[in-house]
Design a protein around this ligand. Structure first.
Ligand code: S3P
Length: 181
């Protein structure tokens, strides 16, 4: 049993790993709010994530993303879905407040692209002809950061239901106030 009470769940992982779909499901089961970093960024910027990348550049996006993340990480009884790049910076996961259960949703580059193809245009980093090579490169580079999450759940061949059930099972084992069913 983890002694600290659970205040929030944080999902990290590459684009297409299912953070948003799983996060919504887990939040519904816990009776908590679900918040997606990208939605909060868009609300603050007043333009889409793609437009932020195009008009202001990635560096501006990353600074805005971290500011929004710090605000959201202070919330209680929330399930948070980070953007795929947020965790990939020194100190990010080490710096999350106590009471945060973090999960790395794992996915391969080909599977991530397959899932992301339905949302073409919303992911500026993959809007390029060599998207597969770029996804492979980004995942390899980010994996050491993603590994800092408390738990990892492989999503490769699992449905959103299965991955959500795995997250809830882990939470129920670790936190006495959470029930899996
Ligand atoms: C990004 C992932 C996106 C979004 C932005 C950058 C990344 O979020 O934040 O396009 O660097 O991996 P999702 O992982 O929710 O698609």
């Amino acid at each position: 049993m983890t002694p600290t009470a659970l205040d929030r769940v944080l999902l990290i992982g590459f684009m297409g790993s299912g953070k948003t779909s799983v996060g919504k499901r887990v939040a519904a089961r816990l009776g908590w709010r679900f918040i997606d970093f990208d939605d909060a960024i868009e609300a603050e910027a007043g333009i889409s994530v793609s437009e932020v990348f195009t008009s202001r550049g990635e560096q501006y996006f990353r600074a805005l993303e971290e500011r929004v993340a710090q605000r959201l990480l202070a919330e209680r009884h929330v399930v948070l879905a980070s953007g795929g790049g947020w965790a990939a910076a020194a100190g990010r996961l080490e710096g999350v407040p106590a009471g945060t259960a973090s999960f790395w949703l794992q996915v391969s580059a080909p599977e991530a692209l397959r899932r992301a193809s339905g949302a073409a245009g919303t992911r500026p980093l993959l809007a390029r002809p060599d998207a597969l090579e770029e996804a492979i490169r980004l995942i390899a580079w980010r994996a050491p950061y993603y590994k800092e999450a408390t738990w990892a759940v492989d999503t490769e061949r699992s449905s959103v239901d299965d991955v959500s059930a795995s997250v809830l099972e882990i939470l129920a084992l670790e936190y006495r106030e959470i029930r899996a069913e």
